[in-house]
Design a protein around this ligand. Structure first.
Ligand SMILES: Nc1ncnc2c1ncn2[C@@H]1O[C@H](COP(=O)(O)OP(=O)(O)O)[C@@H](O)[C@H]1O
Ligand SMILES: [Mg+2]
Length: 303
């Protein structure tokens, strides 16, 4: 009996001991798991922060480099500008070459404006004031240059609608347009069609993303292509700075992030729709200046 009692006691003791050990083990296991999970989370966050730091350091260096290049570039452009003006003075009116030299001068002027803005952005020059800008006038002024930029096997069509006046830097609108057209052309290695369209849309018809200003009307400029299109994974990253799917030397990954920040800067926004193998449509909406904020007879409702 004693033996049996001892056995009973012994078994109960071991049962109790097992129960306590199991709880202790479970607690230890849960603690270890949460420690490991916490550490993994911390490591992931630290890695992401490190990546962000590298990225911002890279951008800062890039900014300084761009500013110093812009500075030297400005001097080169001044030389081209003076030479083209001298050539124009010497060429008799009606000379066939005049048109080409005029285009050289025009393009140089534009490049000088861009350089000036880059320097202003890097606070190395006087900041230019924004002015009333007609989006259509910008598109028309840039059309010849854009025709030259796009690949030979690409057609560029321009369909101007009625646009309101916006209050912005004309050069910023040129930069937006140029970046989008270059991308569209790159997306069509086998040729195709780029269509630039402008118009005015009401706020209700586009429903801007949350936090976007309060303009009632937006001047819209869209660039559509019949190119390779963008798959959904790529689409989620295209506006990230330095994101590119192009070969080194071909892409910098700064085009669309610039387009987005220039649109953001004046209270506008960018949308994109794309179908792989069919093409893409980038639309940029820029707020019509408040004092011109009246309904437009031909404002478009987007589908
Ligand atoms: N029209 C387009 N069609 C297809 N892909 C595009 C188009 N525009 C942009 N992309 C994609 O978005 C990426 C980022 O574009 P961007 O910021 O202009 O940088 P980059 O042109 O230097 O690569 C491109 O590498 C490309 O993958
Ligand atoms: Mg680009």
């Amino acid at each position: 009996m004693v033996l049996a009692g001892e056995r009973t006691f012994g078994a109960g003791y071991f049962v109790a001991a097992d129960w306590r050990t199991a709880v202790a083990l479970a607690v230890a296991l849960a603690f270890t798991c949460s420690l490991v999970a916490g550490f993994a989370l911390y490591a992931r966050k630290a890695y992401a922060l490190q990546q962000q730091l590298w990225q911002s350091q890279k951008l800062e260096t890039l900014g300084l480099f761009a500013a110093s290049v812009a500075h030297d570039f400005n001097n080169v452009l001044t030389g081209i500008l003076i030479s083209s003006e001298m050539a124009l003075e010497e060429l008799p009116s009606g000379h066939t070459v005049r048109e080409h030299v005029q285009e050289v001068k025009h393009a140089t002027d534009r490049a000088a404006q861009l350089t000036k803005r880059l320097l202003a952005f890097a606070r190395l020059d006087i900041v230019e004031q924004p002015g009333p800008v007609s989006v259509n006038a910008v598109v028309q002024g840039l059309e010849v240059m854009l025709q030259r930029i796009v690949s030979r096997n690409v057609d560029l069509l321009v369909r101007l609608g009625e646009t309101g006046i916006i209050s912005y830097y004309p050069g910023h609108v040129e930069q937006i347009l140029t970046n989008l057209v270059v991308n569209a052309s790159d997306a069509m290695p086998d040729g195709g069609t780029i269509t630039i369209e402008t118009g005015t849309v009401s706020r209700e018809s586009v429903s801007p993303p949350k936090g976007i200003g309060s303009a009632r009307f937006y001047a819209m400029v869209s660039v559509s292509d019949t190119g390779v299109g963008i798959d959904s994974t790529t689409l989620s990253r295209i506006f990230d700075p330095l994101f590119t799917t192009k070969a080194p030397g071909k892409g910098t990954g700064l085009g669309l992030s610039t387009v987005k920040s220039l649109a953001d800067e004046c209270g506008g926004f960018v949308t994109v729709t794309s179908t792989p193998h069919r093409g893409s449509v980038f639309r940029v909406f820029l707020p019509v200046a408040a004092d011109m904020d009246h309904p437009y007879p031909q404002h478009k409702d987007l589908d």
